[in-house]
Design a protein around this ligand. Structure first.
Ligand code: 2PG
Ligand code: MG
Length: 433
């Protein structure tokens, strides 16, 4: 008997952190091992992402995933039962074929990912290990540098400000545990600083556990994070710096960038000049999605102008798809890629994307979604794939802490090293590690 042969696949609707339904699946192997997962979901989703299937209609305000669940049980399950879950590429190929035959209106990316992840979790369990080790193979595991959400705007905080995430990157920490301790201090101090300035809403949390404040400008959010870093007793730039996820696709329309909270409309070049000014005034190690998902010319320009000064991370630009990453590498767009498995829909294909990025000298950030669950496997992906950074939101909300806690567990119980993706940060410029 092949113990890792897939024997049973079950699926059902579960809830995510926004209170919306999501696909859950359980894969059982012949030897008895199981893998269970729930699929994450984004709010600032790129239009080139693999498509999740939603039911529409009245039930769950249209967010129901009964059709996607049926896609698992009726289409994918018969295609993978009998396959060896230890052969991830074979399982994923069968899932992809089944989806192609049935069509994306019957099998969504939320259906494919559920089975892909659950199979890998089951295979790791059958092998007597965990997902991080199963993906990494031999050698010490490398823990990612965390980037932690402090202030939220855009689609994650009722558009209080236009840009979506202002994060702290504790790059001077010697261990993952120290990095989390520093980040927690910054998050706490940010609340206090905001309350002192009269923001009563600073006790509330946005979708990823950050502060959703109606600040006067986007730049004010950067200032607040820097102030909180100082209030936490850390030296900005040397021990901890700021990262921004502009999520610019969300405020791009008709060829221009609309900063509604500031009443300004900017061309790409003007927005890049804004960013350059921020880099002059604040310690910023990275800007994610500084420009919109299809503004390749803008991305080329910003890469030419700012790549030596900060990391430029493509999220909506690359959507964890190999063809878009290859184009970005060829056309010199960006220096780094955000890796989200549900943008892709399959674990092995995502692994191919991160490997290609690493080989091209791109930095890598494994990321959760704004709609998450208590599952922690995204932390295992970051560790197993040796990503430089992990981004899962703030130090508040259990669907966020589940991931940080998983890395803390690996650090406490396993032989690990700690990634240092920003060796030049203290000198004011970012160098590739
Ligand atoms: C992002 C993610 C996570 P969403 O833009 O990077 O912060 O947001 O899941 O809403 O796309
Ligand atoms: Mg993003």
């Amino acid at each position: 008997m092949i113990r890792s042969r897939i024997e049973q696949v079950q699926a059902w609707e579960a809830l995510d952190s926004r209170g919306r339904p999501t696909v859950a699946a359980r894969v059982q192997l012949a030897g008895g091992a199981t893998g269970t997962t729930r699929v994450p979901s984004g709010a600032s989703a790129g239009s080139h992402e693999a498509k999740e299937l939603r039911d529409g209609g009245d039930r769950y305000q249209g967010y129901g995933v009964r059709a996607a669940v049926a896609g698992v049980t009726e289409v994918i399950a018969p295609a993978v039962i009998g396959l060896d879950a230890a052969e991830l590429i074979t399982v994923d190929a069968a899932i992809a074929d089944a989806q192609q035959d049935a069509g994306e209106d019957r099998v969504g990316a939320n259906s494919t990912l559920a089975v892909s992840i659950a199979s890998a979790l089951a295979a790791a369990a059958e092998a007597g290990t965990d997902l991080a080790r199963w993906l990494a193979g031999d050698g010490p595991l490398q823990l990612p540098l965390p980037m932690i959400n402090i202030v939220s705007g855009g689609a994650h905080a009722g558009s209080a400000i236009d840009l979506q995430d202002f994060l702290v990157v504790p790059h001077g920490a010697d261990s993952f545990a120290e990095a989390i301790e520093w980040a927690q201090a910054v998050r706490q101090r940010a609340t206090e600083v905001a309350q002192r300035r009269g923001f009563a809403e600073a006790v509330l949390v946005a979708d990823e556990g950050g502060l959703g404040l109606r600040l006067d400008s986007n730049e004010a959010a950067i200032g607040l994070v820097v102030e909180a870093i100082e209030a936490a007793g850390l030296t900005p730039g040397e021990q901890a710096s700021v990262a921004i996820d502009a999520a610019a696709t969300e405020f791009y329309a008709d060829g221009a960038y609309h900063l509604a909270a500031e009443g300004r409309v900017l061309a790409a070049e003007e927005l890049i000049t804004d960013y350059a000014g921020w880099l002059d005034r604040y310690p910023i190690v990275s800007i994610e999605d500084p420009l919109a998902e299809d503004d390749w010319a803008g991305w080329q320009l910003i890469t030419e102008r700012l790549a030596g000064r900060c990391d430029l991370i493509g999220d909506d630009l690359f959507v964890t798809q190999r063809d878009r990453l290859d184009r970005g590498i060829a056309e010199h767009c960006g220096t780094s890629i955000l890796i989200k498995v549900n943008q892709n829909g399959l674990l092995s294909r995502t692994q191919d994307v991160i490997r290609a990025a690493q080989q091209a000298g791109f930095r890598t950030v494994v990321s959760a979604r704004s709609g998450e669950t208590e599952d922690a496997w995204v932390a295992d992906l970051a560790v197993g794939w040796r990503a430089g950074q992990l981004k899962v939101g703030s130090t508040h909300r259990s669907e966020r802490t589940a991931k940080w806690n998983r890395v803390l567990e690996l650090e406490a119980t396993t032989d690990t090293t700690f990634a240092h993706p920003f060796p030049g940060a203290a000198e004011g410029s970012v160098r590739l590690a």
